[in-house]
Write a protein that binds this ligand. Structure first.
Ligand SMILES: Cc1ncc(COP(=O)(O)O)c(C=O)c1O
Length: 369
């Protein structure tokens, strides 16, 4: 390691995902089912509001906590959803910004943070960056958020339980009963409950439910990246107890400074733009892919997000299967990037119907080969 590099950076690596991108770069016209963002574009009204903000000179730093109209609008929505709770809100630099600040403001060296395996790639990396210890709760084969398993993982060193429903990479949604139980467990053991709700609008069966409804101290991170296809704009938000939010803002002031101001004006407009038609489309894509692949792969039908996490055929393993798929021109992600296990792979159905059709056809062929 170069003598200038800090030790904390050696606690995690990103070679797995780089390997997939290296393999992908060699492909000419891949069937790409690897993308973690919507395949639709940002709605025009949102683009127009942002361009108008830029043209009218709203290009400076915003207040650390975000522009007042956006913060007020998010706070009004939060107050309506969680009546009687005293939540504070700020605008973060994407949901990732909220995640980074959550970890930095709550995780001490040696603190344990519990989350499900499979997990979103940033979770173990950020916990380790803060000197914390990721405690991964095996959720195979159905990827259920099992409150009993969560409680069994709690020790005197537990600082936080991190939940993500709908989940990346499985698309699985936790039930209201399980979320209520986890909210109660966090309260009983006096540990922080962090809820990553970035996929809350991509919810296909029933209504989204947040554990913050039952735990007024839960910290929620969310944002506009996925809901309005604004991944490059970097606008998210965090709500939770006042003192925790104030601490995150203290760090935001000395790090991200603010979410980009023009993008925040776009996000304000986004709050009035319904994405229901897009979500309905994604439900159909989910139904199509599940119907096509279920006879050939072991998989749990996802209730949300835009991912499917099937088991690789036989005992081939996720990484070997993905190499085989990539050699045939199909780009998918091996499960071991999101897990301690190498048995599954992630498909994103945020793609055109034609791409999905070609992908399904090839996947069916690969299952038989
Ligand atoms: C579970 C989860 N949380 C957070 C993020 C980060 O989203 P953002 O673009 O808002 O930083 C992602 C992005 O893929 C995600 O999948």
């Amino acid at each position: 390691m170069h003598p200038w590099i800090a030790e904390r950076t050696a606690s995690f690596d990103s070679s797995g995902i780089r390997r997939v991108f290296d393999l992908a770069a060699k492909l000419k016209d891949p069937i790409n089912l690897s993308i973690g963002q919507p395949d639709f574009d940002v709605p025009d009204e949102i683009k127009d509001a942002t361009i108008e903000a830029i043209r009218s000179g709203r290009n400076a730093y915003s207040p650390t906590q975000g522009i007042a109209p956006l913060r007020d609008a998010v706070l009004a929505e939060v107050n309506e959803k969680y009546p009687g709770q005293d939540r504070d809100v700020f605008i973060s630099s994407g949901t990732s910004g909220g995640l980074v600040l959550s970890m930095l403001s709550m995780v001490n060296p040696g603190d344990e943070v519990i989350f499900l395996d499979p997990y979103f790639v940033m979770y173990p990396a950020l916990v380790r960056l803060c000197g914390g210890v990721p405690v991964m709760v095996d959720s195979y084969p159905d990827f259920r958020l099992d409150p009993e398993k969560i409680e069994a993982a709690i020790t005197p060193k537990t600082k936080m339980v991190l939940v993500n429903s709908p989940a990346n990479p499985t698309g699985v949604t936790a039930t209201e009963a399980d979320l209520k139980a986890v909210a109660a467990i966090a309260a009983k053991h006096n540990v922080a409950l962090l809820s990553d709700e970035i996929y809350s609008r991509f919810f296909y069966d029933g209504d989204f439910y947040s554990p913050a409804s039952d735990n007024p101290d839960a910290i929620v991170i969310d944002g506009f990246s996925k809901s309005h296809a604004m991944t490059g704009w970097r606008v998210g938000y965090v709500h939770g107890p006042r003192e925790v939010i104030a601490t995150m803002l203290k760090i935001q002031q000395y790090s991200f400074v603010c979410s980009p101001q023009p993008a925040q004006w776009g996000a304000l407009r986004a709050m009035e733009v319904s994405m229901k038609a897009n979500v309905d489309e994604y439900r159909k894509k989910r139904d199509y892919l599940v119907e096509q692949l279920s006879p050939h792969y072991e998989l749990t039908s996802p209730g949300g997000a835009f991912y499917l996490f099937p088991k690789a055929p036989g005992n081939e393993g996720g990484a070997a299967f993905v190499e085989r798929a990539i050699s045939q021109g199909l780009l998918i992600i091996p499960g071991n990037i999101f897990s301690q296990k190498d048995s599954h792979f992630r498909i994103s159905f945020a793609a055109s119907d034609e791409t999905l059709r070609r992908g399904a056809e090839l996947l069916i062929k690969l299952a038989k080969a």
